[in-house]
Design a protein around this ligand. Sequence first.
Ligand code: PEP
Length: 247
Amino acid sequence: MRRKLVAGNWKMNGSLAALAELDAIAAAAAEHGEVDVVVCPPFTLIAPAAARTPALPIGGQDCHGAAKGAHTGCISAAMLVEAGAGLVIVGHSERRADQHETDAQVRAKAEAAIGAGLRAIVCVGETEAERDAGKAVAIVDGQLDGSVPRAGTGETLVVAYEPVWAIGTGRTPSVADVAAMHGAIRRKLVALLGGEGDKVRILYGGSVKPDNATELLGVEDVDGALVGGASLTAAQFVPIVAAAATL
Ligand code: PEP
């Protein structure tokens, strides 16, 4: 039985004042102790977030694949740990698109994260054109081949399936399509990681909201959610945590 994980990705949103939202999120996480909850604010808010709500796990949204060096503007996994993070998202589709991150770079980031003692959420997902062309499973399969660290375990690795066309659009795949994709990802993880592949949590991400969370989180092999827009306020995020706790 895999524990559900609900992860909030604030992207480039938030401020010191916005950290007030964490109070109610931390209270919900404590109330629903059977669910793992993490919030990933921008880098500059990690330390103040960790200080404000010490019991609520905080994550980063990216890290570099190298431990240190001449990489202006980048953050290492060890720096995230020092700031108070316990987890990091790598390979988000926005970074794959905006920063042209490759599967190999995403894998290096995940390996660096795990090596530094972080959990890594490796994101995969197809574009709308790829789905329309009937290539969704093949694309995700290839991303997993290239991005998944082979030393990943159920403890250190999480995979997030995020169809690019569903992120921030209010659109979601059908339950049948989510089930088919998560089943394919599970089979791939077992092929890559053996028994550990069965323990790795697979999150669904893309327009998860309070009103669709129960349906999406109830799909087989959906072990939680990666939530963007709806993680910015406790009013939206807490009901998603509560929905996960009922499943
Ligand atoms: C995301 O960016 O990871 C995401 C899922 O965003 P949203 O929930 O806003 O679609």
